[in-house]
Design a protein around this ligand. Structure first.
Ligand code: RNT
Ligand code: ZN
Length: 416
């Protein structure tokens, strides 16, 4: 796109928004600073570099598009390329199974910060920050129950793993001088009817209390809720109610994954309720299609509503954003760029909402006016603002990223 037309369109958009009391320059400046954490596992279909165990734990990738990253260097170069195409701030979110085990494989109850040293160096060089996840899936001891397992041997193995992961996250946070956010998601559940719902939840809470008893100042822990996993359809230990109760009593960050609720549930409505009782939220933006299918995020009503709620709650400083999907059916670099751009577009639209006027209408009981403005806001020229955001940051504008990714596919991915 030529710069003149981008600038011209932006100037016109700026005026339209200003007439409604919205400052587009300010929204762009805010968007530039909001970190979006890129899930490393979209590069390689959640395989990691551990032991080539097939993916388990109720999650699944579908598709067999060529070009999957096969080792740590390929994961890194793919992520570097992705970030070159994106404006704004990105972090990289690692799972424990993406450790650097070149000096010898260690089992999950033996992992240490040293296995992530090369990741920390890589991140430092690029000027980005890391987030982290313990990994309970794809392991001979994963089974149906990990931290909630009545078998002490298995439970202790996963407790040890998760404790070590928190220390790794702490080391990352210390190195990057910014808290590393570590997510705990365990797949624990049951395929069929269980008569021990209480027992497993009691054990899970005890394991978590034990894990969280260590004070680690450079990291933050969050706990992810879920509706169900494949093969674990009848019961999920870490359900929404469990995690909401646990996080609010322990003052822990709640991880809200947009694929983890009933398909007709309005997730955005959870933001204000949760934020009254938990200190912070971690968002996993995803796109469920009929189930927790982890399709690439697009700019849809669910994602738009979610970010509008975050902004309306004035909670951008208490909400962290990460992507969580793994689509193996299309070019994986393209999947990142589409999903990150879609997330940015939703955040931007939320930032551009004429909130002051909407609130004024609502306070005065002017509900026709409120609805009219909400409707009009939908067709304001936000696209011109988003284009300008990318143009200003010297990354591809509009569809310009498509040929860039095609080139990378031809020169790099197709050779794998
Ligand atoms: C699974 C959870 C979890 C995982 C990643 C790989 O349903 O969403 O966040 O997707 O940890
Ligand atoms: Zn998730």
């Amino acid at each position: 796109m030529d710069s003149k037309s981008i600038e011209k369109a932006y100037a016109a958009a700026k005026e339209r928004y200003a007439a409604l009391g919205v400052d587009t320059d300010k929204a762009i400046a805010q968007l530039e600073k909001i970190p979006i954490s890129l899930q490393c596992w979209q590069t390689d279909d959640v395989m990691g570099f551990e032991r080539n165990e097939s993916l388990s734990g109720g999650i699944q990738t579908t598709g067999n598009y060529p070009g999957r990253a096969r080792n740590i260097d390929e994961v890194r170069s793919d992520l570097e390329f992705v970030m070159k195409l994106l404006a704004g701030t990105q972090r990289v979110n690692l799972h424990e199974v993406y450790g650097d085990f070149k000096d010898g494989f260690v089992d999950r109850d033996q992992c240490e910060p040293k296995h992530f040293k090369s990741w920390m160096d890589w991140a430092k060089n690029l000027g980005i920050k890391l987030d982290f996840n313990s990994t309970s899936f794809s392991h001979p001891k994963s089974g149906d129950l990990s931290l909630a397992n009545p078998d002490k041997g298995i439970r202790d193995f996963w407790i040890e793993h998760t404790k070590r992961c928190r220390r790794i996250a702490d080391a990352m946070g210390k190195a990057q001088k910014d808290p590393c956010i570590m997510n705990i998601w365990v797949h624990d559940g049951s395929k069929d009817l269980t008569v021990e719902r209480m027992r497993y939840r009691e054990i899970f809470a005890e394991s978590l209390d034990d894990i969280l008893s260590e004070d680690l100042p450079h990291m933050k822990t969050c706990l992810e809720a879920k509706l169900f996993g494949i093969g674990l359809e009848s019961y999920t230990v870490g359900s929404h109610d469990f995690v909401a109760g646990y996080c609010s009593t322990r003052k822990l960050m709640y991880t809200l994954d947009t694929g983890h609720y009933e398909q007709t549930e309005n997730i955005s409505d959870m933001v204000s309720s949760l934020l009254l009782f938990v200190p912070e939220l971690m968002l996993h933006t995803s796109r469920p299609v009929r189930w927790d299918s982890d399709h690439v995020v697009i700019m849809n009503d669910q994602t738009l509503d979610l970010f509008k709620e975050v902004v309306r709650c004035d909670a951008l400083n208490r909400v962290h954003i990460g992507l969580d999907y793994f689509d193996a059916s299309i070019n994986r670099i393209g999947a990142y760029v589409i999903g990150t751009r879609a997330t940015q577009k939703c955040i931007l639209q939320a930032l551009l909402e004429p909130l002051k006027t909407l609130r004024k209408y609502e306070d005065k009981g002017q509900y026709f006016q409120r609805l009219a403005l909400l409707e009009e806001a939908k067709s304001l020229p936000f696209g011109a603002v988003y284009d300008y955001f990318n143009y200003k940051n010297e990354v591809p504008v509009g569809t310009e990223f498509i040929p860039e990714i095609e080139k990378y596919e031809k020169t790099v991915l197709s050779k794998r």
